[in-house]
Design a protein around this ligand. Sequence first.
Ligand code: ZN
Length: 473
Amino acid sequence: MKVIYNKCPDAIKKILFAPLRIFNRYKIEAKDIGAYRKYLITNETLKRKELEEMQWSKMKSLLEYAYKNVPYYKEKWDKAGVNLNDINEYSDLIKIPILKKDELREYWKDIISQQYKIEDLIIHETGGSTGIPVKFYYDRKTYIARQEALNRWVRFSGCDTKKDKMLWIGRPGFKLLKNREKWGEKGEKYYGAYNPITNRMSITTTNMTDNILQEYVKRIKWFRPDYIQGYASGIYVLAKYMVQKGISLEVKAVLTSSDSLVYDQRQIVRKAFYCEVFDRYGMGEEVATAIECSEHNGMHIDMEKCLIEVIDKDENQIFNKLGNIIGTNLENLAMPLIRYEIGDLGSMSKRICCCGKESWMLEKIEGRSSDYLVNKDGSIIESVSIAQIIPKQCIDIFEKIKEYQLYQIDIENIVIRISTLNGDRLSSYEEGEIMKKIYKYVDSSIELSFKYFKKLPRSENGKLRLVVSNVKK
Ligand SMILES: [Zn+2]
């Protein structure tokens, strides 16, 4: 096979071997998964100094690798006068220029390592309710690291991915789509699925009206999940409905991510499900991930997977103070994201957590909590899905858009705030297309309008929120 492959001209290779490439891209060996899992579990027992040394040695190798294999970094660092021989400890990192989200959006092709071919990589488009989405690529090893880090989160919550039944609330993963039993009216987009083989249930957060929530509760009671995982905003919408109707259902743990729960919302989720909430901080780019342990006081940073810095406005590294979170993914050699500015504010400390695990801690995150739009009947609309309509459902139009925000002035009016890359307005056809998609979630009696900006207004902490509402929930 190898001989035939090597003899083929490149164009033929591309066509003939495309299915093989796709297969290889996702071919995950059980031994690799097991090895990475063991690696994570071992690291949880390491002393602080050992963790720091391990993290630094990975960072140092990544910097050298990126300089050699990613022309974008070589050019940028040379221009900035960076000499890698001068980067020998954590505090030296400030000499390396920060990678901005806009750069990733524009120069993503140049950030792919020369050692990899794009067709062998897995593409990921970021989602969530609090940041303009970007796409990037990673390899199989990084895929395993991502999955195992998620499993670590389940482990920290006291649950077991193999034995316990999981209810997923968000967008269903492709695994759940196989062998699914769909629910939904004929011809309507389905809104939930049960997979008898994996014994998992997923419900989508795209259309959480009272009628659909009632159906969800019925199905969830039948399924009796051990734990719930998914978008914080979607879980909150379900919990709020349950509490209002006097319904509760006991599970072992609720695991939230994508956007954060403020204190009151967390209390409502605890009340609906009689359990503790384990929040996770992460993003598609996986440059900064951290998870709550049973202490529920700050989050443990996955120090073998990422290196986090928090910087002030002069780009000095700071601890125990709110600043800009900068992250580096230590695993992804295919498209190294080094000193990447996420756009969230947070504080980090070297405090050792009472649970005994000695990683550094993310203490506070700001900028993840988004508002909820409210429908005419007072029902709230989960924010991740609505925030993703423009980038995910109006892909061609999104190419022209720099920033956007859905801003609800009152119960009758939502303004779609937009700044375009070339400064022009969208055409009325394009505006119409966006409105059509939004009206699938929002009552038709609510008025939608467009307003154009050079730069969209930021919240107090300087962060662009994708969903903002003045309506009291
Ligand atoms: Zn802890």
